[in-house]
Design a protein around this ligand. Structure first.
Ligand code: 5GP
Ligand code: ZN
Length: 114
C-alpha cells in the first residue's frame, strides 16, 4: 500500500466506495464523479502508479482487469450497447489518481476524444 493513495485506501476498506466487482487481484467501484450513466473504475489491489509502470510480473493482474471490465459491462447492462475502457497515464492524459485504474464508461453515445 502506498502512503496517501486514495485507491489503496479504498482497496483496504479505509475509504468507502460503491463496489461492483472484487476478486483476488482487482476491485471495481463506481466513479465518485461519473462522466456517463455508467462509469466504473477497475483497479488492481496492488499499487501500480500507471500503465507505464507495469512489468512482466503484472500480466496476471492485467488479465483480471479486463475480465472484470467485461463482468462490469454485463452487470451494468452496457455489454450490448457498447462501452469504452480507458486509462490515463501522466500529465498530458490528465491522470489525477496515481494508482492504475481503467475507466469503464457507457450508457450513452460517447464522443470521440483527443
Ligand atoms: P484519472 O483522471 O486519474 O484517470 O481519473 C481519476 C478518477 O477517479 C476520476 O474520474 C475521479 O472522479 C475518480 N475519483 C477520485 N477520487 C475518488 C474517490 O475517492 N472515490 C471514487 N469512487 N472515485 C474517485
Ligand atoms: Zn495505491
Amino acid at each position: 500500500m502506498a502512503d496517501d493513495c486514495i485507491f489503496c485506501k479504498i482497496v483496504a476498506g479505509e475509504v468507502p466506495a460503491a463496489m461492483v466487482y472484487e476478486d483476488d487481484h482487482v476491485v471495481a467501484f463506481h466513479d465518485i464523479s461519473p462522466a456517463a450513466p455508467v462509469h466504473v473504475l477497475v483497479i488492481p489491489r496492488k499499487h501500480i502508479a500507471s500503465v507505464h509502470d507495469l512489468t512482466a510480473e503484472d500480466s496476471d493482474v492485467l488479465g483480471h482487469i479486463f475480465t472484470a471490465a467485461q463482468h462490469v459491462a454485463r452487470e451494468q447492462g452496457i455489454a450490448e450497447s457498447g462501452y469504452r475502457v480507458v486509462t490515463n497515464a501522466g500529465k498530458h492524459a490528465g491522470q489525477v489518481v496515481h494508482h492504475l485504474h481503467f475507466h469503464v464508461i457507457g450508457g450513452k453515445m460517447l464522443g470521440h476524444f483527443g
